[in-house]
Design a protein around this ligand. Structure first.
Ligand SMILES: [Fe+2]
Length: 324
């Protein structure tokens, strides 16, 4: 008999802590219960798992095809599993990308297919800071006034992490088809209907810009106000204070999340795994599709403006007020 216990997080609209289970040795029957809890609660915390890179891959694959699996999300160079070398300089693209993720987002909305879910497993964590925060975009949608619901019902926004890096921290990575900085922008609805639960949520975050049909100022103001609304109620925000061995799993189709700053000179190693979305519900279009051209042009025009506007914004717009 399984000791699986699922305890909803107290005082929050979402989330649960799961104990009495070993994710590295999960029966199909137990996985079904974990999966149902994931859909219901939006995120799950599994304390004391100490998953290896391979365990992370295997657990992630139970949810679907991986974008990547068992990859250190770290400020340190990986030598071998469990062994890490020098701490990366803040000037590296990797650290700029990490710091960009200190603004609210959902993963991979800047790819043709956005992400289904993601998980992190803690190996080494700093004493202070470096938390992961999650926000409930489902409860936020449900709490919106009817006028706003009507206003946004048929609106979409482009998603690009070239936009978010530029807008949030004045970072303009080298554009390349092979990287996430690929010059494409993907149009996605502001109101997402969850493909498995049917529950609506606000699908916004740092990568979203350029709502067609709205002026640039209106679009920026609306997107900002929706994110602010989601996180304005403390019952919709959960702060995860990491302990080594924790695994955190969240639904990218229903929640926003962000990293929190820490002393970047101290080691922080989390093992990251990201599951791709189902193309039936998470595919916008491919770069070769005719509709991709409008996104490409919208991004190019937006980046041109941001190049002029963000001269003084280097790292200033995130929570990480780190002088460079
Ligand atoms: Fe993320």
């Amino acid at each position: 008999m399984s000791d699986l216990t699922i305890t909803p997080v107290e005082g929050k609209t979402f989330g649960a802590v799961v104990t009495g289970v070993k994710l590295a040795q999960l029966s199909d029957a137990t996985f079904e219960r974990v999966h149902a809890a994931f859909l219901e609660h939006g995120f799950l915390v599994f304390p004391g798992q100490f998953l290896s890179e391979q365990d992370s891959v295997a657990f992630g694959q139970r949810f679907g095809e991986l974008e990547f699996g068992g990859i250190p999300m770290s400020n340190q160079r990986r030598i071998t599993e469990g062994s890490y070398g020098e701490i990366f300089d803040l000037q590296t693209q990797l650290m700029r990308t990490n710091i960009g993720n200190e603004a609210w987002h959902t993963d991979s909305t800047y790819k043709p297919i956005s992400s289904k879910c993601a998980m992190l497993s803690a190996v080494t964590v700093p004493d202070e800071g470096g938390e992961t925060e999650l926000a409930d975009a489902r409860a936020a949608y449900a709490a919106l006034d009817e006028e706003t619901k009507r206003k946004i019902a048929h609106l979409s926004a482009y998603h690009s992490t070239q936009y978010s890096q530029a807008n949030d921290i004045g970072d303009f990575p080298v554009q390349s088809e092979k990287s996430v900085y690929h010059g494409e922008a993907y149009l996605r609805p502001l109101v997402k209907v969850h493909p498995e639960t049917g529950v609506k949520n606000l699908f916004v975050g740092r990568h979203a810009f350029g709502i067609p049909g709205l002026s640039r100022a209106e679009s920026r103001a609306l997107l900002k106000s929706l994110v602010e609304f989601i996180v304005s109620d403390p019952t919709r925000v959960y702060v995860h204070h990491w302990r080594p061995g924790d695994t955190l799993l969240w639904d990218n189709r229903a929640l926003l999340h962000r990293a929190r700053p820490y002393d970047y000179g101290k080691p922080r190693v989390l093992i990251g795994t990201r599951v791709a979305g189902d193309p039936a519900s998470e595919l916008a279009y491919y770069p070769t599709d005719p509709e991709a051209e409008a996104g490409r042009q919208a991004l190019s025009a937006e980046l041109k403006l941001l190049r002029e506007e963000t001269q003084d914004r280097m790292f200033g717009a995130t929570t990480a007020a780190v002088p460079l």
